[in-house]
Design a binder for this molecule. Sequence first.
Ligand code: RIB
Length: 295
Amino acid sequence: MTGRVVVVGSANVDLVVDVPRPPKAGETILGGRLRRSPGGKGANQAVAAAWAGGADTTFVGALGEDEAADLILVSLGGAGVRTDLVERADAPTGTAFVTVSPDGENAIVVAPGANDHVRIGAAQAERIAEADVVLAQLEIPLDVVAAAAAAARPDAVLILNAAPSRELPDSLWEVVDLLVVNEHEAADLAGEPELLLKRVPAVVVTLGGEGCAVLRRDQEPLRVPGIRVDAVDTTGAGDTFCGVLAAGLAQGLDLPNAARLASAAGALAVTRPGAQEAVPTAVEVAALAVGGKAR
Ligand code: RIB
């Protein structure tokens, strides 16, 4: 195993219901059976980096003292993610309420709980300083993301997945090496994805079933085409993309090749229900990346 990744972020128990369509404001609709599964953008990305990306991966996050925490720790541990720096907070484990429509599209509301108590202490900072790639998202407090960035080595790659999108301080924009966003997040942050290159050296815009776009300063934009799959549940597919991208970069792939692998991993993830449960193996990803049908 080569390449060290530290993922700093959220962990949630996902309460998932299949619905015939998303409910309208003020409306009650009946859904299917309730599913309870490990999620959270940070934990999902760590599982993907370890399972599908094969990197030595540490997760830095916070959980409650409850049964939901056990569910998440089992999933992280099963993927081989190092969890020794996960802390317990005096708050319930984060909970996400997820509806999934027949076309696989989801809608999510998160009650952050313990995620608001993630901390970069001395031990976390030390592990981050050993990482080749540090990956964070925005379901934890911004000052924690900034502290993680400050602990990273200058030659490490700092990836920010700006999800859910929110306004970022200049101090954070200045240290991000690679921003990963979907089209909505790109529009929230800058209007046009290309404008994001004024703030960070490289951007990957994920395009759902259409693959992704790789934008770098002073280089031609590059499109990674989507791979044709039948979508069952898109929950966490973007997280799988981010985790595999981080692992690929940590193992020395260049950005376009890491994005190709990440795109294949994301495509496989939408063919299965759940977030962490849908993360494919490295072998499955490699097979699809080589043999997958472009759209
Ligand atoms: O990106 C998908 C994730 O968003 C879910 O697992 C849910 O927990 C929310 O964090």
